[in-house]
Design a protein around this ligand. Structure first.
Ligand SMILES: [Zn+2]
Ligand SMILES: [Zn+2]
Length: 233
């Protein structure tokens, strides 16, 4: 099986001798079709990610097609398009027991703590697959990064009357903006890149933009909010 292995810092190698994943109880084999590149992947490649060990197969923003699956209670079958939830929580620690699985003390992230999706096929727990037959494979690979913004907006309890300031307009910030707009809020984007600020308006519908490097950035924020400043940042 082919795959791309990050063998050490700043070194990728194409391999064609990777072992095939075996179908085991509670898991499915997914043929990877799209891989998003995350900042985490860049940091891993650059050797700036302290919990990385090498060699490692990167890739945690994943979509694909199920090629093999046993009986399951999720209604999934071979041929289904899926997005992968890469956060493998232990289910036993205190955080997991109270439902905050993102804070799991034994968290294993696919493509970070264990080998990820930059290979032809991967074994994934059925519990960590989302049926995305209604999405394109490109869209499905964005489910993981966009979910971070969705989670932030939900936790922030964003309401239509709110003004939300989002500092940083990389992919995660853009996701926060899009979901804050979806919640009906007014969104102010702040970044040091004019080009990215323009994209915040065209892609995420940000209402106002502030150049963080401008000497009057704080005053502009005050003017935009009638001196109240944003309630949510
Ligand atoms: Zn990521
Ligand atoms: Zn846990």
């Amino acid at each position: 099986m082919k795959g791309i292995v990050c063998e050490e810092m700043e070194s990728f190698r194409m391999r064609d001798d990777l072992p095939e994943p075996e179908l085991t109880e509670g898991h499915a084999i997914v043929a990877i079709r799209r891989i998003g590149i995350c900042g985490t992947d860049y940091h891993a490649f650059k050797g700036q990610q302290p919990f990385f060990q090498y060699p490692r197969i990167l890739g945690h923003e994943l979509s694909g097609v199920i090629t093999a699956i046993g009986g399951n209670d999720r209604g999934l079958s071979a041929g289904d398009r899926v997005a992968i939830i890469p956060y493998l929580h232990c289910g036993k620690c205190r955080a997991c027991r109270i439902g905050q699985t993102n804070c799991c003390a034994e968290m294993r992230v696919i493509g970070v703590h264990q080998d990820g999706g930059m290979r032809e096929r991967i074994s994934v727990p059925v519990s960590h697959l989302l049926n995305v037959n209604s999405l394109s494979l490109d869209e499905a690979a964005l489910v993981e990064p966009l979910a971070i913004g969705a989670h932030a907006v939900r936790r922030g309890g964003v309401r239509p009357s709110d003004t939300v300031l989002v500092i940083g307009s990389g992919p995660i910030g853009l996701g926060v903006m899009a979901f804050a707009k979806h919640a009906g809020a007014r969104v102010i984007a702040m970044d040091i890149s004019r080009e990215r600020l323009d994209f915040c308006a065209s892609w995420a519908g940000a209402d106002d933009r502030i150049d963080a490097l401008a000497p009057n950035a704080k005053e502009r924020l005050a003017v935009l909010t009638d001196g109240e400043y944003p309630a949510l940042v």
